[in-house]
Design a protein around this ligand. Structure first.
Ligand code: FAD
Length: 487
């Protein structure tokens, strides 16, 4: 019999991979062959809206992973299936055909993925032993409870508790050893399994052209090694993170999100590097850690909390807001506004700069993600789920937990002019992404229609604001109040 590790789209690495490590230990101690599997279901990727950038990133990552595993004499077998319903049966048939006794994998906390794992356990019944591990976070989702035993949902107390746990238990940052190299004899026995080809992006996941693909590939090289290089480069500037993280022109954040969301680099390994940088201490508290560390770890902990929320409020992965009252809001049907929003043509420079960065880089700075989302569902009053889906279809770092919870509607209406003045004080970010405005001087760059003369504005070839910010803010407050009262 054989041992299998089943990779999912969030753990695409050999290094510090919890389930893979356990699979390798068992195979080694029981002298059974270890095989790795990846199931590609194009219909599932379409269902999730996976972007061409992310699909291509994952495909390249899978090819790298196959090579890394081959160096350890472990085959990575790619299975294909066309129908979402057939995903688990496809794997189960394969397990039976290859006389597999044990399957290992890491949890994914979204509802369909949890159901997939349950279905696997049911279908293999007593034939195959299934072991599933927590791997995506440092502190296990579902274990951070309030005094009354409910899952914590509020960030500040969650963060405080998380910091004290990690300070007290630095071993939480210990890395799982790499899988052991298999013997040449076992590799020989498995020789027919080494040659399967990594998946390629489906028809609906193609870039406009090859040039575009190469440009994005260069911005986001795939694999664990590339992720590690990026993390090391970030540590050289982490000391400025607190001061500069909200300024999108500085580009001072790590850009690790793509690697974390595909699991090409683990958050544990990133935090281990941060703790080494922090003099070997896992005390990340402000004032007791090196500059920048506390603020960066704080963002990582948002990611941790969001996984707990996905797991404990399953409706958030079923296209529903966490606060279900927002499902009663009557959204507008402004197709022109929608088109202007996603193309970066709203006439609000900060919003347009953000959307153009997204369309160009398959990534957007967090400050802009907060602004463009607020603008879509508050000022345009369009269903926030349209924006959420557009992000999924465009981002390289799409992650259901971070995206749905980033898009969770709220009553805070961001003012794109004052937001730009505060966070892009010299207008450099706007100038970079909205070239029509590159020669606009002073504060006019933040609101050219209001602050330039009619003639000066018309020369720019830049659109007028699609909506009046003040009036639409009032409309939004009124709509939320009316539609959500009494539900
Ligand atoms: P850094 O500032 O270097 O932060 C380090 C890591 O912490 C990030 O890589 C990410 O894993 C995590 N992180 C940072 N900010 C947040 C946050 N606000 N919430 C949760 N985790 C965070 N992040 C995604 O990974 N995928 C998404 O699909 C996604 N969609 C978003 C949608 C909206 C509307 C909003 C407001 C935020 C969204 N985020 C998403 C969170 C955040 O914007 C990105 O994680 C961040 O911009 C990635 O850049 P970075 O790696 O340079 O971050």
């Amino acid at each position: 019999t054989k041992v299998v590790h089943w990779f999912h789209p969030k753990d695409l690495r050999c290094q510090d991979n919890t389930a893979l490590h356990h699979a390798s230990e068992l195979a080694h101690s029981s002298k059974k062959p270890l095989i790795c599997l990846y199931l590609h279901c194009a219909a599932d990727e379409s269902w999730h809206g996976t972007s061409p950038a992310r699909m291509d990133f994952m495909c390249e990552g899978l090819a790298i992973l196959q090579k890394d595993l081959k160096d350890l004499n472990i085959p990575l077998v790619f299975l294909e299936c066309d129908d979402r319903k057939q995903m688990v049966p496809t794997v189960v048939d394969w397990l039976k055909e290859h006389k597999v006794s044990h399957v290992f994998s890491n949890y994914e906390y979204e509802i369909d993925e949890m159901r997939r794992d349950i279905k696997l356990v049911k279908l293999v019944e007593n034939d195959v032993h299934v072991s599933i591990y927590h791997d995506q976070t440092v502190v296990e989702p579902g274990t951070m409870l309030t005094g009354s035993g409910k899952p914590m949902k509020v960030f500040t107390p969650y963060f405080g508790k998380w910091l004290s746990i990690v300070k007290e238990e630095p071993e939480l940052l210990d890395l799982r050893p790499d899988p052991k190299k298999q013997s040449a004899e076992i590799a020989k026995e498995l020789k027919d399994l080494f040659g399967t080809k990594p998946p390629t992006p489906g028809k609906d996941k193609q870039f406009k052209n090859e040039e575009e693909r190469k440009r994005i590939r260069k911005l986001w090289p795939a694999g664990h090694k590339a992720g590690g290089k990026r993390m090391d480069a970030f540590l050289k500037k982490i000391k400025n993170y607190k001061a500069t993280r909200s300024n999108p022109a500085e580009d001072s954040t790590s850009r690790m999100s793509a690697y974390f969301s595909a699991g090409m680099f683990s958050v544990r390994e990133a935090l281990r590097k941060v703790s080494d940088y922090n003099g070997g201490s896992s005390d990340f508290t402000e004032g007791r850690s090196k500059p920048g560390v506390y603020s960066w770890v704080r963002e990582i902990v948002f990611r941790e909390l969001y996984r707990q929320t996905t797991m404990t409020t399953p409706h958030t992965s079923m296209n529903l807001p966490q606060n279900l009252k927002f499902d009663y809001v009557q959204w507008e049907d402004d197709e022109e506004g929608w088109e202007k929003w996603y193309k970066g043509q709203t006439g609000e420079p900060f919003i347009d700069a953000g959307m153009r960065q997204l369309n160009q880089e398959a990534w957007m700075h967090n400050r802009l993600r907060m602004n463009v989302s607020s603008y879509l569902y508050c000022n345009l009053l369009l269903d926030y789920r349209r924006g959420e889906r557009y992000f999924a279809e465009t981002l390289i770092d799409w992650d259901l937990s971070n995206n749905t919870q980033g898009w969770e509607p709220s009553y805070t209406v961001f003012n794109p002019v004052s937001q730009a003045e505060r966070n892009d004080p010299d207008g450099d970010y706007i100038r970079k992404w909205v070239p029509e405005l590159k020669d606009v001087e002073g504060k006019a760059i933040f609101a050219p229609y209001a602050r330039l003369s009619k003639e000066e504005f018309e020369k720019l070839g830049y659109p007028k604001p699609h909506v009046d910010w003040k009036k639409t803010k009032a409309r939004c407050m009124e709509r939320f109040k009316n539609d959500m009262s009494g539900v």
